[in-house]
Design a protein around this ligand. Structure first.
Ligand SMILES: [Zn+2]
Length: 137
C-alpha cells in the first residue's frame, strides 16, 4: 500500500488536530516548517491511510519517529509502544513542567525518548509558547 494521503484527508487530519502536533502539542503557526501527516502505524507495519491511523505531526516528531512503533526502555526487554493520539489521552501519558514534557506512563517515556521531545531548543521554544498561552496541555 502507498502512503499517499488525499488532500481532503490531510485537511481533515489538520483540522481535527486543531493545527497542532498531536505528539508534542506544538502549534503549526509557530513553526517555520509545514507539518506532516503521520501514519501512526506505518505502512511498512501494515498501517492504512484511514483517518483512524493518521495524526498531525510536526517535522521533529515525525522525523524522529520514522516508521517505528515503539522502543525498549531501561530494562531492555519489553517493547513499549508509542503514544497513539487516536486511542490515548495526552494528559494520561505526559505533563509539561517548565517547558519540558515529562512521562506519566511507560508509553509516555518511550515516546519522549524516541521523539526527542526535550531537546534543548524544543524545550526553550515550548517554554516561550507556554508563557504566551499558545500551548494548552
Ligand atoms: Zn511534535
Amino acid at each position: 500500500m502507498s502512503a499517499f494521503v488525499t488532500k481532503k484527508n490531510r485537511e481533515q487530519v489538520a483540522q481535527r488536530a486543531e493545527f497542532r502536533c498531536e505528539y508534542c502539542l506544538m502549534p503549526e503557526k509557530f513553526s517555520l516548517f509545514s507539518f506532516h501527516i503521520d501514519h501512526i502505524r506505518s505502512i511498512k507495519h501494515g498501517g492504512s491511510n484511514s483517518l483512524q491511523n493518521l495524526a498531525y505531526s510536526c517535522g521533529f516528531c515525525n522525523g524522529n519517529k520514522g516508521t517505528d512503533l515503539g522502543t525498549f526502555l531501561d530494562d531492555d526487554e519489553t517493547l513499549v509502544r508509542f503514544f497513539n493520539p487516536r486511542k490515548d489521552i495526552w494528559q494520561e501519558h505526559f505533563e509539561i513542567i517548565e517547558g519540558a514534557i515529562h512521562e506519566r506512563s511507560s508509553i509516555g517515556k518511550a515516546t519522549i525518548k524516541i521523539f526527542r521531545f526535550n531537546d534543548v531548543e524544543r524545550v526553550l521554544e515550548r517554554k516561550l509558547l507556554l508563557s504566551g498561552g499558545f500551548i494548552h496541555p
